[in-house]
Design a protein around this ligand. Structure first.
Ligand SMILES: CC(C)(COP(=O)(O)OP(=O)(O)OC[C@H]1O[C@@H](n2cnc3c(N)ncnc32)[C@H](O)[C@@H]1OP(=O)(O)O)[C@@H](O)C(=O)NCCC(=O)NCCS
Length: 186
């Protein structure tokens, strides 16, 4: 996701529950340009704590993923804003995009731990992350609100040695062929 993706990303979200799955408590529904662009304000740190990526197909943005917070002292990265264009889901774009972001986090940034939050109602996504090797770390209760309904989220994490083990196995199975995510900082 980059600053100029506002229109395309906004067009993906026409419903609050779908919106909150991706943006959680970071943005309010409906998305507006001011809060979207505010996310890209320059981080004055020597090493920015936020890195944003987009997956493209024929030059068009079809997926977004970000390290919303990187704690360089402790080598921890928090992934967020994970979504694929609703018209293009279940075709492997998400897997390629998330695998690319994990490779960048562990191999390029030298992270030790990568985590994310997923709402407990989003069971499909929880299974999906488990399939990528993430483990649940419990439940954060009543953290978000839609109308009069409070939602729980599940923190999930993946450690470098777990990723390395899986990655090496996949690398061997794929005979050395695996995708990388094209990246650019915010
Ligand atoms: C999660 C997401 C990014 C995955 O991207 P994708 O391009 O659809 O993923 P892939 O095609 O690589 O893999 C899809 C697989 O995961 C499953 N899956 C992923 N998310 C799912 C969900 N929310 N519900 C049901 N199944 C889901 C699909 O059924 C599919 O399984 P299969 O390979 O056995 O058929 C995408 O589904 C999405 O944008 N979901 C809505 C937003 C969201 O929930 N984001 C996660 C916030 S933490």
């Amino acid at each position: 996701m980059q600053r100029d993706d506002y229109e395309v990303v906004a067009s993906w979200f026409t419903d609050e529950e779908e919106f909150i799955r991706v943006f959680a408590n970071a943005f309010t529904y409906p998305l507006n340009r001011a809060q979207f662009e505010g996310f890209f304000l320059i981080d004055p740190q020597p090493r920015p704590s936020r890195r944003c990526f987009r997956a493209t197909l024929d030059g068009r943005t079809v997926g977004i993923i970000s390290y919303n917070r990187i704690d360089w002292r402790n080598n921890n990265g928090h992934l967020g804003f994970i979504a694929v264009d609703p018209a293009l889901r279940a075709r492997g774009i998400g897997t390629q995009m998330i695998s690319g972001a994990l490779a960048i986090g562990f191999a390029d940034y030298g992270l030790h731990r990568i985590d994310l939050y997923v709402y407990s109602f989003n069971q499909g996504a929880i299974k999906y992350y488990e399939g990528l090797g993430f483990r649940s770390e419990g439940v954060t209760r009543g953290i978000s609100r839609i109308g009069d309904r409070y939602l729980d989220w599940i923190p999930m994490s993946l450690l470098k040695h777990e990723w390395t083990h899986r990655h090496l196995k996949q690398h061997t199975a794929n005979n050395g062929v695996h995708g990388r995510l094209a990246s650019s900082p915010p």
